[in-house]
Design a protein around this ligand. Structure first.
Ligand code: PGA
Length: 253
């Protein structure tokens, strides 16, 4: 009932030429994958060219970040309005790298989500604990905090435009993915939390993807969990063959 969603977060990788090459290859191989939402999130500099490459295909365009205002004197920032203009359907917000290196808080994440929803772009909201927090038993407190802050004043209709990406920080780029049991446990906690904050229907409909060292080798076990609706993929999204395998595993769910 929930359609799986696989998003590739290319982070600060790929020139324009490399982005065209990768998106062209993905479009060619994935053209008939009809039962999964596939999102490519190249760097800002390549959005325009990737948009053109995947036009009229089953691949959707996403950005990795945005500013929270629509326009104005904010040197160097990119607004959701500009992303919409480029054809972006999704935007990642609150990625742990942005929280860690750029001081992104729940409050800023919430502001970005509100502007994205107003403009008509689907936010992918990243949440998750770091290693110290996990080891000191604070995982669920952090998840509560990220959800309550990020979703403040978001209606139940708006919520359904959002995908939550559970990304334990200790699993990102480390080669150490959360086990399906660890990820599944947190996904179920998130769904319960959404049920409390909204209602049962919202909790049932909300898509929750897992992120953190997802590979073609571990996706099949992760995606088997009934509460894991897909993946946000970093390193393994940079090569066509590994990303294709991940998408195909998810489309068999
Ligand atoms: P990774 O990154 O797959 O390279 O661990 C995931 C992410 O940061 O979204």
């Amino acid at each position: 009932m929930r359609r799986p969603i696989i998003a590739g977060n290319w982070k600060m990788n790929k020139t324009i030429g490399e982005s065209i090459e990768l998106s062209t290859a993905l479009k060619r191989v994935l053209f008939d994958e009809g039962s999964v939402d596939i999102v490519l999130c190249p760097p800002f500099t390549a959005l325009s060219e990737v948009a053109e490459t995947i036009l009229d295909s089953n691949l959707a365009l996403g950005a990795q970040n945005c500013f929270w205002e629509e326009k104005g004197a904010y040197t160097g920032e990119i607004s959701p309005l500009m992303l919409k203009d480029l054809g972006c359907k999704y935007t990642i917000v609150g990625h742990s790298e942005r929280r860690q290196y750029f001081g992104e808080t729940n409050q800023l994440v919430n502001k970005k989500i509100k502007t994205l929803l107003k403009i008509g772009i689907n936010p992918i909201m990243c949440i998750g604990e770091n290693l110290e927090e996990r080891e000191s038993g604070k995982t669920f407190d952090i998840i509560n905090n990220h959800i309550e802050g990020g979703l403040l004043d978001i209606s139940s209709d708006e919520l359904l435009k959002i995908t939550i990406a559970y990304e334990p920080v200790w699993a990102i780029g480390t080669g150490r993915n959360a086990t399906p049991e660890q990820a599944g446990e947190v996904h179920r906690f998130i769904r319960k939390k959404i049920e409390k904050l909204y209602n049962g229907e919202s909790a049932t409909l909300l898509r929750i993807q897992y992120g953190g060292s997802v590979t073609p080798e571990n996706i099949s076990d992760l995606i088997k969990d009934p509460d894991i609706d897909g993946a946000l993929v970093g390193g393994a999204s940079l090569k066509s063959d590994s990303f294709v395998k991940i998408v195909k595993a998810a489309s068999n769910k």
